[in-house]
Design a binder for this molecule. Structure first.
Ligand code: F3S
Length: 283
């Protein structure tokens, strides 16, 4: 069986930076280490960090109650209010927000300050989107399609700044921009889908077109992994979404001539290697 692993599979720059930050703080921090939310959407990594004493703050209430500690902001970023609430005695703030997400925060603040309505193409429940909303200084909406946008019933003259969640399907974003331009809305779009996401999605789409089966590895809660799976499934009917090797062992995975493997931005290298070795040796 031929096995091809996507070159873009696994940790992106921002996730690697955030995870490395936590490991560094475990060594360097004079105070107990906390992450605001799990550092990445990957239970395996979060469990490993918990064993090293890293605590996860689950909500704002826990954050407000924290009297002392080093608090690490993950790559998804947070709202301006959360960031400001951490500027208090007893708290050491370590901000690992990905610079590409910070750029969207800047756009959100500047454009809404200039009087534009902010529209974010993304998942309204995703922490990154909640964080971006928290930088808007005026009206802000979240959409997932051009239909969602028109349903907002905005006046066509309303100046709108349209941004995308970094892991949004870039082809879908382009489509939304194209449709809204044809409807004569007053929109300035910012192509904020992360290049790493774009490259991973393009490679997954191409690879899925060449193989008989695709394996997508990542946490079930990882939105970028879910997107990858949707993209692969669209092109290759035999696509499998697994969190770890155990899932593959329990799936009716048969022998194929050519198998492709990709993984979300928060999937550690060793999980990818385990799956790759299993598929190579077993079939
Ligand atoms: Fe940053 Fe892009 Fe990763 S926005 S966290 S490098 S997917």
């Amino acid at each position: 069986m031929k096995v091809t692993v996507a070159e873009t599979a696994g940790f992106c720059f921002g996730v690697k930076r955030a995870v490395d930050t936590v490991y560094r703080q475990i060594e360097e921090s004079p105070l107990p280490v906390y992450t605001y939310g799990p550092i990445i959407h990957n239970e395996v990594v979060v469990k490993e960090l918990a064993e090293k004493g890293v605590h996860v703050i689950r909500d704002d209430e826990e954050l407000t109650a924290l009297a002392e500690g080093t608090v690490i902001i993950r790559s998804h970023g947070v709202s301006k209010a959360v960031l400001e609430s951490l500027d208090r005695p007893g708290i050491r703030l370590v901000d690992a927000t990905c610079p590409f997400v910070e750029k969207i925060h800047r756009i959100a603040a500047e454009e809404t300050r200039a009087g534009k309505t902010l529209v974010i193409a993304g998942n309204p429940e995703h922490p990154e989107v909640i964080g971006i909303k928290g930088w808007a200084e005026g009206p802000c909406y979240v959409i997932q399609s051009a239909e969602d946008f028109t349903a907002l019933n905005l006046d066509k003259s309303t100046p709108v700044a349209l941004v995308a969640q970094t892991t949004f399907d870039y082809k879908k974003f382009e489509k939304i921009v194209e449709i809204l331009a044809s409807l004569d809305y007053n929109i300035q779009d910012w192509s904020t889908v992360c290049k790493a996401t774009e490259a991973r999605q393009t490679e997954a789409r191409n690879l899925a077109g060449e193989v008989d089966a695709m394996i997508v590895i990542g946490d079930i809660h990882s939105s970028n992994t879910q997107k990858l799976y949707e993209i692969c499934k669209h092109t290759c009917k035999c696509s499998y979404f697994i969190e770890t090797l155990v899932d593959l062992e329990t799936q009716p995975f048969q022998s194929f001539c050519h198998v492709g493997i990709t993984a979300g931005a928060s999937t550690p290298k060793h999980l990818i290697e385990e799956v790759q070795n299993y598929v190579r040796c077993k079939f």
